[in-house]
Design a protein around this ligand. Structure first.
Ligand SMILES: Cc1cc2nc3c(=O)[nH]c(=O)nc-3n(C[C@H](O)[C@H](O)[C@H](O)COP(=O)(O)OP(=O)(O)OC[C@H]3O[C@@H](n4cnc5c(N)ncnc54)[C@H](O)[C@@H]3O)c2cc1C
Length: 432
C-alpha cells in the first residue's frame, strides 16, 4: 500500500493561519496556552471584549486534535443519560444537554459570522447497533432523551436501515438530525484568523514551559516562561487538551491521552458514495471501541477508530492503516478494491469520569475532557471561559462538577496501567 502518513484535512486548507512573527509582548491581560478550538475560540471572544491576548502554541496553530478529528459536530455527551442523571441530578444534566445543542449552533454561527469555508452541514448523525441488545436499548434511550430534554431521536429498524447506510452488518440505528459535519482543519484555521482579526496575537512554535503565580499588593498575576521568553499575564487559560504536558503537572495528572486513528480513501464515484451513505450522515457504531465514519466533502470515505490507551506514534499510525481498512471493508464490502490514500492519528482528551471539565487550578483557568465531542464542546467552552475571565457570572454546568484524579494510582502518562483500562473496555464490548 502506498499510503500518505499525513492528515488529509490539512491538505485541504486553502488559507493556513501562521500567527505573528513579532517579538513576544512583555505583559498581556491573558495568556492562552494551546491553539485548538478551545484556546482560539476563547482568544477570539476575549479579544472582541477588549482584552490583550497572547496565544502560545507549542507546534503549529491547530496542530493538536482540532485539525485531526472526524469533523463530527455532535449532540449530547459521551456518557448515557441515566448515568449522567444519577451522578449529577436532573437539573444540571438538563443544562449540560442544552449546552451540547447550543454548542452546535455556536459552531454554525461562528462559521457564518467569520465566513469560514469549512463545509459546515446539518447532515445529522446515525448511531448503528452492533448487537441486537444494543438496538433494543435505543428505544428507551430515545424516549428518555425526549422526556428529559424534549430532543427528538428517530429509531431506524433493521429493515429500514438501507435508507441510511449501505451496509447490512448492523441491527438497526438511531438518527439525530441536529448534529452536523465540517472540515475541522478549515474550521480551526478560520478560527485562528478570526481571533487575529479580533486583535489576539498568536505565536506558533512557542511552548509554555512553566507558570508561576505572583502576588503583589493583594493582586495575583502570572509569570509565564515560554520557549521564546517570559511574559507577564493577569490571567492564564490552559487549553492544551490531550497534549497537556509537565508544564502544568497538576492538570496533566487529570487527563488520559487516548490515541485514535483515521484513514481516508481515494475519492469515490458519486453513485458509490450515495450508496454507502445516502443521507451523508456522521456515523458511529455502538461499541466502546467504536468505529466512526463519514464522507468527506470530496466524497472520500473517512473511517476512524482503533482507540489506543497511549498517544499516537509513527508505528501505531502505520499499523492502523491496514487494521482500519479491514474494519472499513467489514462494514462496506463495496470498498474492498478501493485505495486508502491517507492515514493519521491524534490524541483525544479523556478524563477519569469521561466528562468535560472547566475551572481553575492554582488560579489558572482550564477546560478539557471533550473526548469525541470536542469540535462543538471545546469551541463552546472557549467562549464560556472568555466570559468568566471578562467578569460574566459562571453559568457553565461543567464547572460545577467534581474533577476526579486518577483512581487507584492509575495516573495519566503512566503507561503500565492504561492498557488495563483498554482491556476492560474490550471485555465490555465482548460481553454487553
Ligand atoms: C482522531 C481524532 C478524532 C476525533 N473525532 C472527533 C469528532 O469527530 N468530533 C468531535 O467532536 N471530536 C472529535 N475528536 C476530539 C476533538 O478533536 C478534541 O476534543 C478537540 O479538538 C480538543 O480541542 P482543544 O482545543 O481542547 O485541544 P487541541 O486541539 O488538542 O489543542 C491543544 C493544543 O495545545 C498545544 N499545547 C499543549 N501543551 C502546550 C504548551 N505547554 N504550550 C503551548 N501549547 C501547548 C498542543 O500542541 C495542541 O495544539 C477527535 C479527536 C481525535 C484525536
Amino acid at each position: 500500500m502506498n499510503i500518505k502518513e499525513t492528515n488529509y484535512w490539512l491538505e485541504t486548507v486553502r488559507e493556513p493561519a501562521h500567527g505573528t512573527s513579532e517579538p513576544l509582548p512583555e505583559k498581556v491581560d491573558v495568556v492562552v496556552a494551546g491553539a485548538g478550538f478551545c484556546g482560539l475560540s476563547a482568544a477570539r471572544s476575549l479579544a472582541r471584549r477588549g482584552a490583550r491576548v497572547a496565544v502560545f502554541e507549542a507546534e503549529a496553530l491547530g496542530w493538536g486534535a482540532s485539525s485531526r478529528n472526524g469533523g463530527m459536530v455532535l449532540t449530547g455527551m459521551k456518557l448515557a443519560v441515566p448515568t449522567l442523571i444519577s451522578r449529577y441530578g436532573r437539573e444540571l444534566v438538563q443544562r449540560m444537554y442544552a449546552a451540547s445543542l447550543e454548542s452546535i449552533d455556536l459552531v454554525e454561527q461562528i462559521a457564518k459570522e467569520e465566513a469560514i469555508d469549512c463545509a459546515f452541514s446539518r447532515c445529522g448523525h446515525l448511531e448503528v447497533a452492533c448487537k441486537q441488545s444494543h438496538f433494543d436499548a435505543y428505544a428507551a434511550s430515545a424516549a428518555r432523551i425526549q422526556s428529559e430534554f424534549s430532543h427528538p431521536l428517530r429509531i431506524v429498524s433493521r429493515s429500514e436501515l438501507s435508507e441510511e447506510i449501505g451496509s447490512s452488518i448492523y441491527f438497526g440505528g438511531m438518527v439525530d438530525e441536529t448534529s452536523a459535519g465540517l472540515n475541522p482543519a478549515q474550521f480551526v484555521a478560520g478560527l485562528a484568523r478570526a481571533a487575529e482579526r479580533a486583535g489576539a496575537r498568536l505565536y506558533e512554535r512557542t511552548a509554555v514551559q512553566d507558570v508561576k503565580s505572583l502576588l503583589a499588593a493583594g493582586q495575583r498575576s502570572f509569570r509565564v516562561r515560554t520557549s521564546r521568553g517570559i511574559v507577564l499575564a493577569k490571567e492564564v487559560l490552559l487549553a492544551t487538551g490531550a497534549y497537556t504536558s509537565e508544564a502544568t503537572p497538576a492538570l496533566r495528572r487529570k487527563v488520559i491521552p487516548i490515541g485514535s486513528y483515521i484513514i481516508t480513501t481515494e475519492p469515490l464515484r458519486e453513485d458509490l458514495a450515495r450508496e454507502l451513505s445516502p443521507r451523508n450522515r456522521m456515523i458511529y457504531d455502538s461499541k466502546h471501541f467504536l468505529h466512526y465514519y463519514r464522507l468527506t466533502p470530496d466524497n472520500r470515505m473517512l473511517f476512524g477508530g482503533r482507540a489506543a490507551f497511549f498517544p499516537e506514534s509513527e508505528r501505531t499510525v502505520r499499523e492502523s492503516a491496514e487494521l482500519l481498512r479491514q474494519g472499513m471493508v467489514r462494514v462496506y464490502p463495496q470498498l474492498g478494491d478501493t485505495r486508502v490514500e491517507y492515514v493519521w492519528g491524534g490524541t483525544l482528551d479523556f478524563t477519569f469520569d469521561v466528562m468535560p471539565h472547566s475551572g481553575t487550578l492554582g488560579g489558572m483557568h482550564y477546560a478539557l475532557g471533550f473526548a469525541g465531542h470536542g469540535v462543538a464542546a471545546a469551541t463552546w467552552m472557549g467562549v464560556k471561559l472568555a466570559g468568566v475571565l471578562s467578569g460574566d457570572s459562571d453559568d457553565n454546568p461543567f464547572s460545577k462538577i467534581p474533577f476526579p484524579a486518577a483512581p487507584l494510582g492509575l495516573r495519566s502518562g503512566n503507561s503500565w496501567a492504561l492498557p488495563l483500562a483498554g482491556l476492560y473496555y474490550r471485555l465490555l464490548d465482548y460481553f454487553t
